[in-house]
Design a protein around this ligand. Sequence first.
Ligand SMILES: Cc1cc2nc3c(=O)[nH]c(=O)nc-3n(C[C@H](O)[C@H](O)[C@H](O)COP(=O)(O)OP(=O)(O)OC[C@H]3O[C@@H](n4cnc5c(N)ncnc54)[C@H](O)[C@@H]3O)c2cc1C
Ligand code: SF4
Length: 528
Amino acid sequence: MDSRQIVIGSGPAGVSCAQALLAQGRRVLMLDGGARLEPENAAKLAQLSETPPATWKGNATAWMREGMQAAVEGIPLKLTYGSDYPFRAMPGAPLIVGEGINTKFSLGKGGLSTVWGTSVLPFRQHDMHGWPVTADDLAPHYSALLGFMPVAQVSDALEEILPTYGPGVPMPLSAQATALLKTLESNASGLRKRGVLFGRSRLAINAAGVDAKGPCVRCGLCMYGCPYQLLYSTGHTVDRMIANPNFEYAPGHVVQRIEESLAGVRLHTTTNSGALQVIQGERAFVGAGVLATTALMLRSLDAYDQPVTLRESHYFLLPMLRLAAVPGFQRGDLHTLAQLFIEIMDETITPDTIHLQTYTYNDLFEEPIAHKLGAASKVFPWQAFLSRLFLFQGFMHSDVSPTTAAHLERSGTSDVLKLAATLKPETKVILNKLVAKLTRLFPQTGLLPLLPLMREGEPGRGFHTGSSFPMSAEPTGFESDLLGRPAGLSRIHVVDSSVLPSIPATTITFTVMANAHRIGTLVGGGEI
Ligand SMILES: Cc1cc2nc3c(=O)[nH]c(=O)nc-3n(C[C@H](O)[C@H](O)[C@H](O)COP(=O)(O)OP(=O)(O)OC[C@H]3O[C@@H](n4cnc5c(N)ncnc54)[C@H](O)[C@@H]3O)c2cc1C
Ligand code: SF4
């Protein structure tokens, strides 16, 4: 039997697991959908990255913005470099249909980390309900991730509850964020008494531009893709891992089914050409992203028509207005990802942390506002308004967020993963209490919520979803053991968010990666 460890997926889960297996001296074959940016856009990107923004003439970056329109509800589909390649179907792609849910899966190289917002925070032990793995168990793995993923961060008050696990170079703050941070800092003790801790955002961005064309030049294009490729995607790490003789990357494979025997695993894949192939290895590590993994595992277990439950961290957008204008506000000269993080810990609202990310000016704000104003937009005091506008993106714990039932149904010679979301009444109650609290905090923050413009994300829309095969110390049914093996399997390990028992609010991916790295380290090191 082939002694290779087969990792499925080049997203954050697959790459973190592969890195750990390689560090344990194992041979790794990574099978991946592996879709990539179209050559025409890749060529335009290469050209743009060779030149500083001051020399970008006229419409030099217009191609990157194509297809990205914002509405008051947010961005319908976040693209990257003007392309939807991360979401494109391929031969053998799973069929997934949803009711009351709006989500997507990726077959791209780098998975959803090609379009993510790069916010990275660990989970607090306090919020890890039902986890058989502790924050201390994950700690060395969060640190190890910083060896290959750059994180722009500083150690500030957030460190008390959310460790940084290593050094970083912070991203520059915008003028608006600098003004807000000053206000928050001058009221820090009052905010703390009210259960509010804040700090600078932590972003998976190569702020210093080490080994890249950077550093960050504050061109404000982050939402469309960085011309200097400073926003971290796990695809970057795959490109580096290829130099390791123990690593092999095989794009163009969509895994259909995994079988295990006493000797090893057999993976049935559909290749780019539509041909079928069988690949053998010692063990399989499934990091296909929660939706594709759930379909693949239910099929591999022959578990048709048997429901599993997906949990998610509910997502909402709340614009806030600062009464005082921000001197020095400029539309250019800033990055446009999260600037500040604010954590709300108030048991009168909900027992778990609510996570808020603050965004300042971004050109995507202008179109929906202009649309609402109609003809009045010509005389609207844009500068005065935009310099006061802050967009808060919030996340809540999965215990108080919608859930989604998933089951695999046969459909002719193939099958379909059917999803149906269920809302929870307490979600709205908690949101209302939160908005009331944020309004009362006006003396400490200088901000007032623009309640009529608040929008809740549809289920699935926040992409912080998992839990179909949750880890348990004593697994039953579809639950997984501490090494991500569901339903009594011994050589097939699920390493993505599918195995997280619950989803705290403080951003999912850093912990998905730490847990995948933990499983790769333990299995690769022979601790099974
Ligand atoms: C717009 C957006 C913004 C986000 N912002 C943030 C954020 O700021 N912070 C945060 O923590 N999270 C964020 N997320 C979520 C984050 O992107 C995901 O949590 C993360 O990418 C999940 O990693 P993964 O490796 O489990 O899956 P994915 O990233 O989905 O990767 C799946 C991989 O598996 C491969 N694959 C899939 N099926 C198969 C198959 N059958 N055979 C072979 N290969 C397969 C794909 O090619 C891909 O490489 C965001 C997501 C989106 C869409
Ligand atoms: S502002 Fe954003 S897009 Fe521009 S260089 Fe910095 S990280 Fe890249």
